[in-house]
Ligand binder design. Structure first.
Ligand code: CA
Ligand code: CA
Length: 154
């Protein structure tokens, strides 16, 4: 007499679980790599927009937002100036909105401030970057000033 249909044995279940685990391990890194690539793309687009904004400011006022060669943080004070805010009216007396107000705090996709540097002395060098007038920096996925930083120059 044949036995009636039975459920899965423990071995069969184990094989299924192992197959699912292997598939997950194969898919997860490529998904997170894709997400990281998308974030880097978004950072570069933001940084390009920031460079254009600073260039528009320079064209308008024939001066950079900060009057030295140092690296400056893109913070709420910067965004206030560039959006025509009134916190420091001397920096944008015509209250021109060079850019729309950024979403959130205007941080990079990893939650860190962008920073920027301009060619104040006019030698077409910004920090170690040659042949440019503006450099925008992101500390990248590791959120520290090393290895995976992203730089956009203009
Ligand atoms: Ca320079
Ligand atoms: Ca970094």
């Amino acid at each position: 007499m044949k036995t009636s249909t039975r459920g899965f044995t423990l071995i069969e279940l184990l094989v299924v679980v192992i197959i699912i685990a292997i598939l997950t391990l194969m898919i997860f890194p490529s998904v997170s790599a894709l997400r990281q690539r998308a974030k880097i793309g978004r950072a570069k687009a933001d940084m390009q927009a920031l460079a254009n904004t600073i260039m528009a400011y320079q064209t308008e006022y024939l001066a950079w937002p900060q009057d030295d060669d140092a690296v400056h943080t893109v913070d709420s004070a910067f965004y206030d100036i560039m959006t025509g805010g009134t916190n420091d009216i001397t920096k944008n007396p015509r209250q021109i909105a060079f850019m729309p107000k950024p979403p959130g705090n205007g941080y990079d996709p990893w939650g860190t401030n962008y920073s920027y540097q301009c060619d104040y002395n006019g030698d077409k060098m910004v920090g170690t970057n040659t042949d440019c007038r503006i450099a925008i920096y992101s500390e990248g996925p590791n959120q520290t000033n090393a290895t995976d930083d992203i730089v956009v120059t203009k």
